[in-house]
Design a protein around this ligand. Sequence first.
Ligand SMILES: CNc1ncnc2c1ncn2[C@@H]1O[C@H](COP(=O)(O)OP(=O)(O)OP(=O)(O)O)[C@@H](O)[C@H]1O
Length: 169
Amino acid sequence: MVAMSEATCPVNWETWEPGMRATLMFIRVGDEVLLIEKQRGIGAGKVNGPGGKIDPGETPLECAIRETQEELCVTATGVRKMGELFFAMSDMPDIHCHVYMADGYEGTPTATPEAIPLWTKVSDLPFERMWDDDRYWLGEMLDGETFCGKFVFDEETILWREVNFGVTW
Ligand SMILES: CNc1ncnc2c1ncn2[C@@H]1O[C@H](COP(=O)(O)OP(=O)(O)OP(=O)(O)O)[C@@H](O)[C@H]1O
């Protein structure tokens, strides 16, 4: 399935290069998902999954697990690669983000200086507190759809978007 705005894409994705490589992790248990209230860094004040920048020499999967440990003090288990996101931004580096979903965790979700844990019903995701792109892929992903999403932002507003589901990673 494709969702694309009518406007011509202002970015040439063939030659686009991200300024940052990052990850997101969503731990889903039953009908709930473990989100964070992000305390600092890019997107501070928003609700998101745990995640962050990929360190040199680190794989995206290693990064997603490490960032979840650092931000929430839990180790995600049963982790699957679900998608990739490509963000062309106007006021910060462009981002290539690898997205993972886990079906369990070890440890106790704990607030840290980076994040406050927030269990949320999958049927009641707080999109008004999240990055605007999330409404175009997060619900589908939590229901098991793999995906690839490309978004062009002007500050916090989406100028252009394309999301494909059923992508094999
Ligand atoms: C534009 N629309 C967006 N939609 C959904 N998620 C988005 C996003 N834009 C950035 N993100 C995520 O925000 C985190 C930033 O990383 P960020 O927390 O700054 O990295 P890290 O923890 O390494 O930071 P420090 O430099 O240690 O503070 C990282 O997961 C990245 O994927």
